[in-house]
Design a protein around this ligand. Structure first.
Ligand code: SF4
Length: 364
């Protein structure tokens, strides 16, 4: 049976007969029948179509802290889903079974935007996350789901590498309330050799988000031993964050585990994450976290006003929470950067796989 397709808008015809995609900086030029590097946008006739609209590789209810977002509706649950494919080609991809999927049997669970929004409400989720693979490549589906969610009071969260062109990013992030952007390294060499991409478009996206939108932004850098974990590179990264974005954008350093085409590189030692965090704190960044390890210091939000530990986390669990409903320190009244709306949620660290049909019909 042929793959069902959905029209897209970001492309133009070239004089040589090819059609060029304008969604991401790869700018794939396609002959009839060809697919882009992401594998899920394809030429059909004289247009580029999406081949994954309305289909997912699965749904799961997660803690929002897992995205990771530590300053966006803390303690709440988020309905997460992804599709297939990716527009970067990271040799160490931690989700490669989805991102590199060439088999659409991974897209088992089909759902309309309205069904996903209804499921989020029914499951008590305050937001929906577009994650697992990069939502940039399923822009049309993500935007339609986000609109359906907004209509019923559910927020949208993008987990993305930020590898998107300036025009489509306005539409894409215009539908989002928050984003965790993966800043993979701070060297063009790393992006070129390990991800088959470029650094500058990612920096442009992050700067655009922080300076020109209302989207709440947190950054994540996965530290890979010997590749992006030198003091010099971490200094360069945190200096750029501080000088370009300011001290209030949270930065997460997380641990690599050997995967995909980099099985011989060892996992990141916890000391590396703690060293990176200290460099960032010394540089003046206010909210710096370590991820994928047990680290009480690296999981704590400290009030920049009085130094009190206002949110203490263990992995994805909130152990102490000393903020008012609008995100102020209960001790000194200082506002913590982020989006806060009411008391902290109580979802905890649970991960709950969901079958959408059951969730929307009243089943489990
Ligand atoms: S979105 Fe896909 S088809 Fe379009 S330029 Fe990027 S990799 Fe190529």
């Amino acid at each position: 049976m042929p793959t069902p397709t959905h029209p897209t808008t970001y492309w133009h015809q070239l004089d040589d007969g090819r059609v060029q995609c304008e969604l991401c900086p790869r700018a794939c030029k396609l002959h009839e029948g060809q697919r882009g590097l992401c594998f899920v946008r394809a030429r059909e006739g004289d247009a580029i179509v999406s081949t994954t609209y309305g289909r997912s590789s699965g749904y799961c209810v997660d803690p929002i802290e897992k995205k990771p977002l530590n300053h966006f509706l803390p303690g709440s649950s988020v309905l997460s889903f992804g599709t297939a494919g990716c527009n970067l080609a990271c040799r160490y991809c931690q989700n490669w079974d989805i991102s590199k999927s060439r088999e659409f049997d991974t897209l088992a669970d089909a759902a309309s935007p309205e069904q996903i929004a209804a499921a989020a409400v029914r499951l008590g989720c305050r937001s929906v996350a577009y994650t697992y693979n990069d939502p940039v490549i399923f822009l049309e589906y993500a935007v339609d789901v986000a609109k359906a969610c907004r209509a019923v009071g559910v927020e949208s969260v993008a987990v993305t590498a930020g590898y998107i062109c300036p025009e489509p990013r306005v539409e894409f992030f215009g539908a989002m309330s928050a984003a965790n952007v993966d800043l993979k390294a701070f060297s063009e060499d790393f992006y070129h050799k390990l991800c088959a991409g470029h650094l500058q478009p990612v920096l442009d996206t992050i700067e655009y988000l922080v300076k020109e939108t209302d989207v709440w932004v947190e950054l994540t850098t996965l530290l890979i031993p010997g590749y992006n974990d030198s003091d010099d590179e971490i200094h360069a990264l945190v200096s750029w964050v501080g000088e370009t974005l300011g001290p209030d954008v949270p930065l997460h350093f997380s641990a690599f585990h050997p995967d995909f085409k980099m099985l011989l590189v060892p996992p990141t030692p916890p000391e590396t994450l703690k060293r990176a965090r200290q460099i960032a704190v010394d540089e003046g960044l206010r909210y710096v976290y370590t991820g994928n390890i047990h680290d009480p210091v690296g999981g704590t939000t400290t009030c920049p006003g009085c130094g009190a530990a206002v949110v203490v986390r263990d992995w994805y669990d909130l152990r102490q929470y000393r903020l008012t409903d609008d995100g102020r320190c209960t001790q000194c009244g200082e506002a913590i950067a982020g989006r806060f709306d009411g008391p902290a949620g109580t979802w905890g660290a649970r991960r709950l796989p969901v079958h959408l049909a059951a969730a929307t019909s009243g089943g489990a």
